[in-house]
Design a binder for this molecule. Structure first.
Ligand SMILES: Nc1ncnc2c1ncn2[C@@H]1O[C@H](COP(=O)(O)OP(=O)(O)OP(=O)(O)O)[C@@H](O)[C@H]1O
Ligand SMILES: [Mg+2]
Length: 299
C-alpha cells in the first residue's frame, strides 16, 4: 500500500520489530481477514485532514486490523471543523472493522491524537469523537509523540507530511520540545501534478499513489518537496536541533519515491523516510493506548 517499505535503508535507526509491526499494520489496511486472534481491542483513532485512520491492536499489542477512509473536509489543518462528518468518517472505518471481525460491538477502548500547538479544548474534540462512537477515550496524545513511540525513537525530529500541512517537531524523552506546522502538504503535490499534466485532481492523486508513476512525475513535484525541506530546515535551525538529532519523515504525503532524498539534500542532514509512513501516527496512537493499559510507559 505504501512506498516506504521499498528500497529504503533504515540503518540502525529503526528496529526490526518496529519495521515488522508497521508492515503488518500497512498490510492490514488492505486485508479482509484479521491478522491475529484477539479478545480485547486497543483502537487508535487518527483524525487526519485527508485520511481517517483506525488501527486495532489485541491484548498482546499485536496488530489485528486497520482501516483508512477519506476525511471529506471534516478536518482542516488537523482541527475538526465538521464534528458530525468526522464522526461519520470514523464510523465508516469502524464498519469495515466490524465486518472483518464479525462483531457488532467492540470489546475495547480507544485513544486519539492532535497536532501540537492547538488549544487543549480544541484537542479534546478528538476525544469527543472517540466517545461519540461509543468508546472510552483513555488517551489523547500529541501526534509527533505517538509517531516517535511507533518508531521507537526517544529523541529525534519528526517531519510529518500530511494532506494539508508539514509538521515539524523535536522530541526528547517523549516530550515535544519544539513544534511548528506550515501549510504545504500532500494535497499541494497532487495539485502541482494536476496543473502540470492538465488532468483532474483525482487523476493526479491516482498517479501520485501509483509507485510505478513516481519516476515519471517526480521532477514535476520536486520543488514542492524542496519547499517542505526548506520549511523543516528553517524550523530545525530555529529549534537549535538541526544536525543534533536524527530526522525521520512520516505521513502519507512523504509516500513518494525520492521525497526524503530531496528533503535530506535541502536540510543538509539525512532525513530517513519512516517505513510505511502513512500508518506511523495511527499505529503510535494504538501503541500508546496499549502501553498505558498494560503498564508500559507512554505519556
Ligand atoms: N495509499 C495512500 N492512501 C491514502 N493517502 C495516500 C496514499 N499514498 C499517499 N497518500 C497521500 O497521503 C497524504 C495524506 O497523508 P496523511 O494521511 O498522513 O495525512 P493526514 O493525517 O490526513 O493529514 P494531517 O496529518 O495533515 O492532518 C495525501 O496527500 C495522500 O495523497
Ligand atoms: Mg496526520
Amino acid at each position: 500500500m505504501t512506498y516506504g517499505n521499498q528500497s529504503v535503508l533504515h540503518g540502525d535507526l529503526i528496529d526490526e520489530n518496529v519495521l515488522g509491526k508497521l508492515a503488518s499494520i500497512d498490510q492490514a489496511l488492505g486485508c479482509s481477514e484479521p491478522l491475529a486472534d484477539w479478545e480485547e481491542l486497543y483502537l487508535g483513532f487518527d483524525l487526519g485532514t485527508t485520511n481517517m485512520k483506525l488501527v486495532a491492536l489485541n491484548e498482546r499489542g499485536q496488530p489485528v486490523t486497520a482501516a483508512l477512509y477519506d476525511s471529506r473536509s471534516s478536518i482542516r489543518d488537523g482541527v475538526i471543523v465538521d464534528y458530525i462528518a468526522a464522526i461519520d468518517g470514523m464510523e465508516r472505518c469502524l464498519m469495515a472493522l466490524r465486518e472483518r471481525l464479525g462483531i457488532d460491538e467492540f470489546p475495547g477502548v480507544g485513544a486519539s491524537a492532535y497536532p501540537p500547538g492547538i488549544s487543549r479544548r480544541t484537542a479534546e474534540v478528538c476525544a469527543n469523537v472517540v466517545e461519540a462512537l461509543g468508546f472510552s477515550c483513555l488517551g489523547l496524545y500529541e501526534e509527533p509523540v505517538v509517531a516517535a513511540v511507533a518508531l521507537g525513537l526517544k529523541r529525534g525530529a519528526i517531519i510529518d507530511i500530511g494532506g494539508g500541512t508539514t509538521g515539524i517537531a523535536v522530541i526528547s524523552d517523549d516530550e515535544v520540545v519544539y513544534s511548528a506546522d506550515e501549510p504545504t502538504g500532500g494535497t499541494h503535490v497532487t495539485l502541482v501534478i494536476a496543473g502540470a499534466l492538465g488532468i483532474s485532481f483525482d487523476e493526479a492523486e491516482r498517479l501520485k499513489r501509483d509507485v510505478n508513476s513516481h519516476k515519471k512525475v517526480f521532477n514535476i513535484v520536486r520543488p514542492v518537496f524542496e519547499k517542505m525541506g526548506l520549511i523543516a530546515k528553517d524550523h530545525l535551525t530555529k529549534s537549535g536541533f538541526l544536525g543534533r538529532v536524527p530526522v525521520v519523515v512520516v505521513g502519507g504525503g512523504a509516500n513518494m519515491q525520492g521525497a526524503s532524498e530531496v528533503i535530506s539534500k535541502v536540510l543538509g542532514v539525512e532525513a530517513t523516510l519512516a517505513p510505511y509512513p502513512l500508518v506511523v501516527t495511527p499505529s503510535g496512537i494504538a501503541e500508546c493506548l496499549w502501553r498505558r493499559c498494560h503498564g508500559g510507559y507512554c505519556k
